[in-house]
Design a protein around this ligand. Structure first.
Ligand code: SF4
Ligand code: SF4
Ligand code: SF4
Length: 323
């Protein structure tokens, strides 16, 4: 699917909220909240230069997650018969988009980024969204576990704060279901193969399994980072020189490489500072006063931005789901 103006605007709006919070964070003192180091964190590396846009990963994701067909991209045709989602939505956890601007052209895979320090987890008062393995510490103080951002429908109250907090515009809501839930990639943790060792014992992402080009691969985040660095070093003219997700927004467990001449912003990924928005929000909630400014003022400003973005998002999503 072509990266639409609306999806870019939505990303920009979400990034705007994150940016507003982060701008305020710049005025805050150093936070005690630090993203935890998880040596067992797993993730994916998507190399846009290898992707041919076959969408096998989209189809396999649907199958593995038992998601219904979404023919929204076939609107206007007489019989929308096959799965052709336009964007992430309540029926789609993984999407391939295309960026095109004159001669510049690139594919883009979008799903949950499994942030190292996720805003969605930070705002989820019920703990319905949580980092897998959270709370289990090693003697060295490291947090064990995959770091997959998992969802528990049983404890979700449907407040949708996670939708507003996510700078990547990922969590979607099942508007048409009587008992709606949040829909987002959980790195196929339900497919974990307990008979295997290492990262494959904790997840088995369908999209990585089926990709004919190995454009998206699965593994430990630290190993994926090493692979990405090796690719950049081996063929610097092929790539734009950056690994998106290494530090952006506090780091993500899904990492991206893109071709020379293609910016990550072109692919719909927001420009984020290295400090996670979650670290700021938790700092504010734990700090009575910041430079004499009551946190209520900061909350008020953030709430205004969030409320404005939420209204835009709701209108757009209702429109999309009602198509
Ligand atoms: S299966 Fe692989 S090559 Fe095909 S669209 Fe997905 S990531 Fe790209
Ligand atoms: S991309 Fe969004 S939904 Fe996924 S972990 Fe990050 S904040 Fe949460
Ligand atoms: S890891 Fe699983 S749920 Fe996530 S995008 Fe890949 S196939 Fe879909």
């Amino acid at each position: 699917m072509r990266i639409s103006r609306r999806s870019l605007l939505k990303g920009a709006a979400a990034a705007g909220a994150a940016g507003a919070v982060t701008a305020l964070a710049g005025k805050a003192e150093a936070s005690e909240h630090e993203p935890k180091h998880r040596p067992d964190a797993v993730g994916m590396l998507y190399d846009s230069t290898l992707c041919v846009g076959c969408r096998a990963c989209v189809t396999k994701c649907k199958e593995a997650n038992q998601l219904p067909v979404d023919a929204s991209a076939m609107q206007g045709t007489e019989k929308p018969v096959y799965d052709a989602p336009n964007d992430l939505n309540g029926q789609t956890k993984n999407i391939i988009k295309v960026f095109k601007d004159g001669e510049r052209f690139a594919f883009m895979k979008q799903q949950c980024m499994h942030c190292v320090d996720p805003s969605c987890v930070s705002v989820c008062m019920m703990g319905a969204l949580h980092k897998e393995g959270e709370g289990t510490r090693t003697i060295a103080g490291e947090t064990k576990g995959t770091g997959i951002v998992a969802y528990d429908k049983a404890t979700c109250v449907g407040c949708r704060y996670c939708q507003i907090a996510c700078a990547f515009n990922v969590p979607k809501f099942e508007w048409l279901e009587p008992l709606p839930r949040i829909v987002k990639c959980e790195l196929c943790r339900h497919r974990a193969d307990k008979t295997k060792q290492g990262p494959l014992a904790v997840a088995n992402p369908a999209c990585c399994e089926v990709c004919p080009r190995e454009a998206v691969i699965y593994g430990k985040r630290e190993e994926l980072l090493a692979i990405a660095r090796r690719r950049l070093a081996a063929d610097p003219k092929r790539y734009n020189g950056k690994i998106y997700g290494e530090k952006d927004g506090g780091g993500t467990q899904v990492l991206y490489l893109a071709a020379a001449g293609i910016g990550f912003h072109d692919l719909g990924l927001p420009d984020l500072p290295e400090t996670s928005a979650a670290s700021f929000s938790e700092h504010v909630s734990h700090t009575p006063y910041l430079h004499g400014i009551t946190p209520l003022v900061l909350y008020g400003t953030a709430a205004f931005v969030i409320h404005r973005n939420k209204q835009k998002e709701e209108t757009a999503e209702r429109h999309e789901e009602g198509k």
